[in-house]
Design a protein around this ligand. Structure first.
Ligand code: UD1
Length: 421
């Protein structure tokens, strides 16, 4: 269990490469189950979650080769239709193997997922969508047991609220269903567009990804393709907030403003300058105060829930007060007590947190509680006076590639410390 030691107060300058998006890579990797040919994926980040999914895919019969950031996945035959609890519990995204296994094999047994400790996170929308496409589903001893007695067929599915995972899952299953599927109130995240582009390159017929209505005309089979994973907007936004908190100027290579959705306006209101350049997104914070601005998380293009914790760290140092409301997940304020250990003034009332900005935060030992929460402690630690020691770094290693090296390369005083406990 590594820790990260941060000596705060250094401005960040230079260039930093944004990796491929974790949340996209995991889904396009699963898409490899839909074809017997080889799917080659470029720009895949080297992360604990990716390694975990490779383990599951290998168990299912996928041959995986990795060379740098390129992954080649070949699923000649699906050798097991079961995704065991031991693997799926560690990462929710792996639940999405259910639809593709079902589409190809007509049956699947997949454990109900685990993932971050950020609320209940059920999978009812995923299951309802598959049922609408003709799957028969039973729950038994923590497993979903699904069969398709007469194959998957197209359906009209209206999601009662936006779900990224359910939209992606339905899109994959529908790609091989008989007839047309229409997904209404679909998620519009850049990762949805990325998955659709990958599936289209594999021969799928999909229109409307990135809008709230997606139409998929099923095809009999998909073929191999090469696809490059989109840049990680959450990593990009997190480093932008690190600049906001610590000051300085970074070129976030491979990044672009549009990936931030409406968060770009919020960040500018908060005192950052953002500009698209050839090669990336330039983020600057010079001398201007951080302005307290209110935020409510929402599906894309709204402010991402995965940046809420980092934004709260930034607001802890703002001039004035901000109200931050979490509308996507319950129980996603676990970073608050840890930020308060650094001196932040935060009061939670239900889904909203009121943050009174402070002139300074002071370094302290803190504990990472989930993937994005750990990044908020780093954003705060980079700005705090003295040393912040973030323990349980494994949360961070799930989603941020080479974080310590990247921060060191732009002047931050951070060091990974092996924990002997
Ligand atoms: C994905 C992202 C995650 C991000 C989230 C919202 C991945 C691997 N993870 O998670 O980082 O925070 O989108 O942008 O891509 N819900 C249900 N029933 C369902 C499905 C979802 O009630 O069947 C609820 C969830 O509990 C949550 C909300 O819907 O309250 C949105 O969740 P969803 O968009 O599905 O998130 P994930 O796909 O799990």
């Amino acid at each position: 269990m590594d820790k990260l030691a941060i000596i705060g107060g250094r401005e960040l300058y230079g260039e930093l490469a944004i990796s491929g998006a974790k949340n996209s890579a995991l889904k396009v990797m699963v898409a490899a189950l839909l074809t017997a040919d080889t799917l080659t994926l470029e720009n895949v980040p080297d992360l604990a979650d990716v390694r975990q999914l490779i383990q599951l895919l290998t168990h299912l019969g996928v041959e995986v080769e990795r060379e740098g950031s390129t992954l080649s996945l070949t699923t000649g035959d699906i050798s097991s239709t079961e995704a065991p609890y031991d693997i799926v519990r560690k990462m929710r995204a792996s639940f999405n193997v259910l639809g593709p296994i079902l589409a190809r094999e007509g049956k699947a047994r997949v454990s109900l997922p685990g993932g971050c400790a950020i609320g209940a996170r059920p999978v009812d929308l995923h299951l309802k969508a598959l049922e609408a496409m003709g799957a028969q589903i039973e729950l038994d001893e923590g497993y979903v047991i699904a069969t398709t007695p007469s194959g998957l067929r197209g359906a009209e599915i209206t999601f009662p609220f936006v779900s990224v995972g359910a939209t992606e899952h339905s899109m994959m299953a529908a790609a091989l269903a008989v007839g047309e599927t229409v997904l209404m109130n679909a998620a519009k995240e850049p990762e949805i567009i990325d998955l659709a582009e990958c599936l289209i390159a594999m021969g799928a017929r999909i229109e409307g990804a990135g809008t709230e209505t997606i139409r998929i005309k099923g095809v009999a089979s998909l073929h191999g393709a090469t696809h490059q994973v989109v840049a990680d907007r959450i990593e990009m936004g997190s480093y932008a907030m690190a600049v906001g908190a610590a000051g300085g100027e970074l070129l976030l290579k491979n990044g672009r403003r549009a990936l931030l959705g409406e968060a770009d306006v919020i960040l500018e209101q908060a005192g950052l300058t953002l500009s698209d350049e050839e090669g990336g997104l330039r983020v600057t914070k010079w001398g201007r105060p951080t302005v307290g601005t209110n935020v409510e998380t929402a599906p894309f293009p709204g402010f991402p829930t995965d940046l809420q914790a980092q934004y709260m760290a930034l607001m802890s140092l703002a001039d004035g007060t901000s109200v931050i409301c979490e509308k996507i997940f319950e129980n996603r304020f676990m970073h608050v007590p840890e930020l308060m250990r650094l001196g932040a003034d935060i009061h939670i009332d239900g889904q909203c947190a009121t943050v009174k900005g402070k002139k300074v935060l002071k370094g302290a030992p803190v504990m990472a509680t989930d993937l994005r929460a750990s990044m908020s402690l780093i954003v705060a630690g980079l700005a705090a006076e003295g040393q912040t020691m973030v323990s349980r770094l494994y949360h961070l290693d799930r989603g941020f590639e080479r974080l310590d090296e990247k921060l060191q390369s732009v002047g931050a005083l951070v060091e990974r410390v092996k924990d002997e406990e």
